[in-house]
Design a binder for this molecule. Structure first.
Ligand SMILES: [Zn+2]
Length: 392
């Protein structure tokens, strides 16, 4: 059953088990409404998004053939950064969730899609779809909470190593795609013992990541830079062209990494987002599962452009409730979801991007230090399902 980490105010104390199951039924109804209309419009949307992204990427790479010229370098780098963000978020994350599997198009399918990211799609799908989305915000089970390197909740024991967590988090943000690859591999745990290190399954996955990183590096840091050498020769600066394009690709990768890391931090870290006890998921009902997703996620408010650039993870709450619905539908169901929060007196955590990023970073800094006052022992379990159990 959903058990909140100990907090001074329990935000679900007023809900009866019947209320929680009713919330689940109302959310199922919202989901069914989308399923009833899902179809051609959604297929058209993702096909158009892929076409726009590809044109932008090809165009930016063409401009970067002239990377020896500073205006071309700037324009190409900006274009490529945007193309990589779209590819990663609105396209990759959402297709890999199976949001467009209903199209039965073998090219746009969660089983065949591969993305421009160090983490191989297959491994990411396991750690993201099967683990993070299932164990959302359960401390000790959801590795997205601090990626195993940070203290993310007052209830977690503090150690001196946590003092460095703002630095680890910044490095992880810059190298996010490699951090995700390492995290999908559960690298820390698997390298810790000889038995795990030599496990054939782990070694096969390690080789798969190695191949993916090598191909990514060859593409961004060798092949495309080499293509700009002839233009560089014409300008008498072939080395400048090669290294200019290489730097442009590196900048675009870092920009995409910083952006996706920030968006993801906004999803589960800002103030007001709840975390849950390790035992939360034992015997969890559908209503309780929905409730955990509602309380464990936060949105980013903003324009349509902001929603597209975040892969609609600006609607993280709706995404966590319905991870397999086309993300472009989240904006239209968000008012209904929000109304449900209000009806049951629950906090719908949302705010502008800058505010949410600052709030998430403030938590990283605050928890780098030990708690100022001892954590209070308050029991926040959802009331038992049968009144008779209440006396036990
Ligand atoms: Zn997701």
């Amino acid at each position: 059953m959903t058990t909140l980490q100990r907090k001074e105010v329990n935000p679900i104390a007023h809900l009866s088990p019947e209320d929680i199951e009713q919330i689940g039924r109302e959310l199922d109804a919202i989901r069914d409404e989308v399923l009833a209309v899902r179809g051609e419009k959604d297929a058209k949307y993702i096909r158009r998004m892929i076409a726009v992204q590809r044109r932008l990427e090809v165009g930016s790479r063409a401009v970067l053939l002239f990377s020896v010229l500073p205006p071309a370098w700037i324009l190409g780098t900006i274009g490529l950064s945007i193309a990589k963000i779209l590819e990663n978020m609105e396209i990759g994350h959402n297709i890999l969730h199976g949001q467009y599997d209903f199209m039965r198009d073998p090219k746009i399918h969660s089983t065949t899609w591969e993305w421009d990211f160090a983490a191989p799609a297959e491994q990411w799908k396991h750690s993201h779809n099967e683990l993070h989305h299932k164990y959302t915000n359960v401390v000790g089970r959801d590795n997205d909470l601090g990626y195993g390197i940070m203290r993310v909740d007052e209830q977690q024991k503090w150690a001196p190593a946590h003092l460095g967590q703002p630095l680890y988090n910044f490095i992880n943000a810059c190298l996010f795609e490699y951090g995700i690859a390492a995290y999908d591999l559960e690298l820390g745990r698997n390298l810790a013992s000889k038995r795990r290190r030599n496990n054939p399954d782990f070694r096969a996955r390690l080789r798969q990541v190695g191949r993916k990183i090598r191909n990514q590096m060859l593409k961004d840091y060798v092949a495309h830079p080499a293509l700009s050498v002839p233009v560089g020769l014409a300008f008498g600066n072939p080395f400048g062209a090669f290294f200019g394009t290489m730097a442009a690709n590196a900048v675009a990768n870092v920009v995409r990494n910083l952006w996706s890391h920030s968006v993801i931090m906004c999803g589960h870290f800002p103030k007001g987002v709840e975390t849950f006890e390790r035992t939360s998921i034992t015997g969890e009902t559908r209503g309780e599962w929905y409730l955990r997703q509602m309380l464990g996620s936060a949105n980013i408010s903003g324009s349509k452009l902001m929603h597209i650039m975040t892969g609609n993870l600006s609607h993280q709450i709706e995404h966590h409730l319905f991870p397999d619905l086309p993300a472009s539908r989240y904006a239209e169901i968000a008012p209904k979801v929000r109304a449900l929060f209000e009806k049951y007196d629950l906090k719908y955590v949302t705010g502008p991007f800058v505010v949410q990023v600052a709030s998430a970073w403030a938590k990283v800094f605050r928890l780098a230090l030990p708690n100022r006052k001892p954590a209070r022992a308050i029991d926040h379990t959802i009331p038992p399902r049968h009144p008779a159990e209440a006396t036990v």
